[in-house]
Design a protein around this ligand. Structure first.
Ligand code: BG6
Length: 502
């Protein structure tokens, strides 16, 4: 097998402002929803619902304190001040691209200002210039779990139509200021996660609603506003610079049926269809009929303004980006079966797959299946903008031997290569948390994804110094050889094994 990765394949890494930058109250930045996310050591780290949930009391408590020990996203890894050192390391690794997000609250601290905060604007100019100086292509997410908290408290988040205008003002500012450095933009990170953690994504505080149904209706309304905002942003991006490429971004949570029982197959199909719904809207420019039927059957009313349908239809995305961490299983007998954790979803355990220390099922072939499936569905270039393994890495004498990470990526990259060979167009692969950052769901620092270790623990203690893990050099070689080394390594291993046995 040889490498089929195209010459311009965007090998890279990915981080998000709220998990990396820190400097939560520096340079005029306002409070974002991430700044009130609490580290909860007393709660099971596999209990995603509790880990993600932010109650009204927690918001109040957070607003009244400057603490950053139990609100670790406030310090992140101090990327805000250390980006030059980190970019130098990324360059040394050979990374062609880096996915970052812009913190909306650095540019518009409350979200509803008419004019942006100049200090915030200047910061991203410096960052993008430094990326370009290091020949690193920026991939930029406009909204990655970091909307202004003020909009949640004052406008009920994205449920309010007014937020569409505020977001598009922010997006327009970004396009005007930064299109000179940036070609690839993603509007909303994992837009499908609105139902899994509504506070972080659309600013919906569930306790404000009298029952489950009205909270669900509010989330659909907020989601509709995000779809509209994404389409308007797409229109503006093209108008400001025709070279801008806009992608949607979804969590791919591939589901398999447990058995050939048609009922299991149906359940898996339903899951996958719901998983695709969000990108379907952003690629095809309209809601699928099954969602409209669901609204009718369940008495859900989503307010649409005149012209909304046209906007969705006219301004669709140029490419489809997604995160991929795991696959899951669907079964009609689910209640009686052993479960594992996952990226905000639990699943029946798959006996054929290993799991990470956080219970996520590792499935490289599932990535190939997803790529083929999505390409057949959308016929648009695909971009894997997140994928990786969270693990407890150990720093011993300045070294981290993370062969499990090398194994993880070797297997995933090879499946991407197979997908490309079979005709799928893949733009790039930005590995999640290429440098250790604070976990989105659990706010832990010890759930590490990086090729670069950051000396910091869950309570924010440590030197913030950076150390290269074994995977650093390994990834460097993969990029340098554009994937050829993935196969050379296997040959070397085979030769060694043959020699050992002879
Ligand atoms: C994705 C998010 O769902 O998963 C990231 O877009 C997040 O922000 C990543 O960090 C990994 O999840 P976690 O909870 O392990 O940080």
């Amino acid at each position: 097998m040889k490498s089929y990765f195209p010459k311009d394949f965007l090998w890279g890494g990915a981080i998000a402002a709220n998990q990396a930058e820190g400097a939560w109250n520096v340079g005029g930045k306002g409070l974002s929803v991430a700044d009130v996310a609490k580290y909860k050591p007393e709660t099971d780290v596999k209990d995603y619902v509790s880990q993600w949930h932010v109650s009204p009391e927690q918001i109040e408590e957070a607003m009244a304190t400057d603490d950053d020990v139990f609100f670790p996203k406030r310090h992140g890894i101090d990327f805000y001040h250390r980006y030059e050192e980190d970019l130098a390391l990324f360059k040394e690794m050979g990374m062609k691209s880096l996915r970052i997000s812009i913190a909306w609250t650095r540019l518009f601290p409350n979200g509803d200002e008419q004019m942006p905060n100049e200090e915030g604007i200047a910061y991203y100019h410096r960052l993008f210039k430094a990326m370009r100086k290091n020949q690193i292509e920026p991939i930029v997410t406009l909204s990655h779990y970091e909307m202004p908290l003020y909009l949640v408290n004052t406008y009920d988040g994205w449920v309010s139509r007014a937020v569409v205008e505020m977001f598009t003002r922010y997006a327009e500012t970004c396009f005007k200021e930064y299109s000179q450095y940036v070609n690839y933009w993603l509007t909303f990170n994992e837009i499908d996660s609105v139902f899994r953690h509504p506070f972080t994504t659309v600013g919906v505080v569930e306790e404000k609603y009298p029952d489950k149904k009205s909270a669900e209706e509010a989330i659909y309304q907020a989601l509709h506003h995000q779809f509209i905002a994404s389409s308007i942003a797409t229109k503006l991006a093209k108008r400001i610079d025709a070279a801008n490429q806009i992608g949607c971004m979804m969590t791919r949570t591939l589901a398999y049926p447990l058995t050939s029982n048609p009922e299991d197959v149906l359940l898996a199909q339903q899951h996958n269809r719901e998983n695709y719904f969000y990108a379907d809207v952003q690629v095809f420019g309209e809601y699928p009929q099954f969602v409209k039927n669901y609204w009718i059957e369940n008495g859900i009313h989503v307010e649409m303004a005149p012209g909304d349908e046209e906007i969705l239809k006219l301004y669709t995305v140029d490419f489809v980006s997604f995160s991929y961490y795991m696959s899951m299983i669907k079964s009609v007998d689910e209640d009686h079966m052993e479960k594992v954790g996952g990226n905000l979803v639990t699943s029946v355990k798959n006996p054929y797959l290993d799991i990470s220390e956080w219970g996520w099922q590792i499935d490289p072939i599932g990535l190939r299946i997803s790529l083929i499936d999505m390409y057949d569905r959308y016929r648009l270039p695909l971009f894997i903008v997140e994928s990786g393994i969270g693990s407890l890495d150990e720093l011993v004498d300045g070294k981290i031997h993370d062969d499990y990470r090398i194994e993880y990526f070797r297997n995933h990259f090879k499946e991407v290569n197979e997908a490309i060979k079979s005709g799928v167009e893949v733009m790039g692969y930005t590995t999640w948390g290429c440098i250790d950052i604070v976990s989105a769901s659990t706010s832990q620092m010890t759930k590490r994804y990086g090729f670069i270790y950051v000396d910091l623990d869950d309570l924010g203690k440590g030197s913030y110094n950076r150390f290269k893990k074994d995977s650093f050099n390994w990834y460097q070689t993969v990029i340098e050889t554009n994937g050829e080394s993935l196969y050379e390594e296997i040959q070397t291993e085979k030769v060694e094994k043959t020699t050992a046995h002879s």
